[in-house]
Design a binder for this molecule. Structure first.
Ligand code: VGL
Ligand code: ZN
Length: 201
């Protein structure tokens, strides 16, 4: 069992990010058994859940003439546009059925504000609106986090980099992550995480 200062943060292991889902990540389902195993080592376990209202501003369908996987400008900067995914309460937004979600102590929902996306478990994409997770972890005396989940180059990456900025020691267990990897986004994310001081396992 790991020390109580260590938390496991499991990012977005939801049906829409697994094969057959609206924004499927190749091999997304392959990490579930390993994550269940890793959960038994931690005394603080957090799940994040991408949780969008229908018509969310990160959906290409909300922007006339825009296709998924193209970028647009938002007041807070560049935003990739996605297929509709993880609609609040839908089967696509549910955790993968084999994930031991009952073992989690905290579930952080994100991306629920219509006008702003949220990749990170800590801050929305304006990099200043907090999700509250930092307060939860600090009040439980957590100082080190291990991250796993989907997708390596988006939500895991943004969460890991934000966690280093907030002062946590951060490891990403890459064998329990899968990436979207469009045109080199995985390599860019790995470089960014390393530069921020994330330990890539
Ligand atoms: C994610 C794109 C859009 C993720 C969430 O979990 O990495 N990616 N929403
Ligand atoms: Zn999303």
């Amino acid at each position: 069992m790991r020390d109580i200062s260590q938390a496991l943060i499991i990012i977005d292991v939801q049906n829409d990010f697994c094969p057959g889902g609206a924004l499927a990540v190749e091999g997304g389902h392959e990490i579930v058994a390993g994550i269940n195993g890793l959960m038994t080592e931690f005394q603080t376990i957090v799940l994040t859940q991408d949780w969008h209202p229908s018509g969310h501003s990160s959906f290409a369908s909300s922007h006339d003439g825009k296709d998924p996987f193209t970028e647009t400008e938002m007041p807070y900067g560049a935003q990739m546009l996605w297929p509709d995914h993880c609609i609040q309460g839908s089967q696509g937004a549910a955790f993968h059925a084999d994930l031991d979600a009952d073992k989690a102590h905290m579930i952080v929902r994100k991306g629920f504000r219509p006008q702003i996306d949220s990749y990170s478990a800590f801050f929305e994409n304006d990099h200043e609106t907090p999700t509250g997770l930092d307060g939860y972890l600090k009040t439980r005396d957590v100082s080190a986090v291990t991250m796993v989940g989907l997708a390596t180059d988006y939500c895991v990456n943004f969460s890991a980099v934000d966690a280093t900025r907030l002062g946590y020691a951060v490891s990403v267990e890459q064998s329990l992550c899968r990436a979207i990897d469009m045109g080199g986004t995985l390599a860019t994310a790995q470089d960014g995480m390393r530069a921020a001081g994330v330990t890539l396992l």
